[in-house]
Design a binder for this molecule. Sequence first.
Ligand code: RB5
Length: 143
Amino acid sequence: MKIVLGSDHAGFALKEEVRKHLENTGFDVQDFGTHNTESCDYNDSAKQVAEAVAAKKADRGVLICGTGIGMSIQANKTKGVRAALVHDMFSAKATRLHNDSNVLTMGGRIIGEDLAKAIVDVWLNTEFSGDARHIRRVEKIEE
Ligand code: RB5
């Protein structure tokens, strides 16, 4: 599975931890940056990640800014992307089962690295339920 990553300065430190974790787990990871803590706009990496996922150049995307909010708003502007802002294990699983989310966003100023890694793991390892009602709702989003 190929995963694309992105962050702004506020998400940089957590993104680095998530990247190492994904690489150690054996995923094919592409990091669109940012690559340091210098102030930058979350929009830019969000758009790169979202477009890579929408174009099926990657299977999933993970985006981290200070709150995860700007990343989720921006990523969801790209057609085909279903970005979910998640800070707990229940939502990580539920958004895969119900929404078939293909981008995960988190806030580096909100959660610590251990919780972020656990969220990423459950989000990557949970398949879409495939239930008719959830398929119908996801199709309505796509419309
Ligand atoms: C940067 O200060 C902060 O606004 C950004 O990381 C993010 O939280 C926006 O939603």
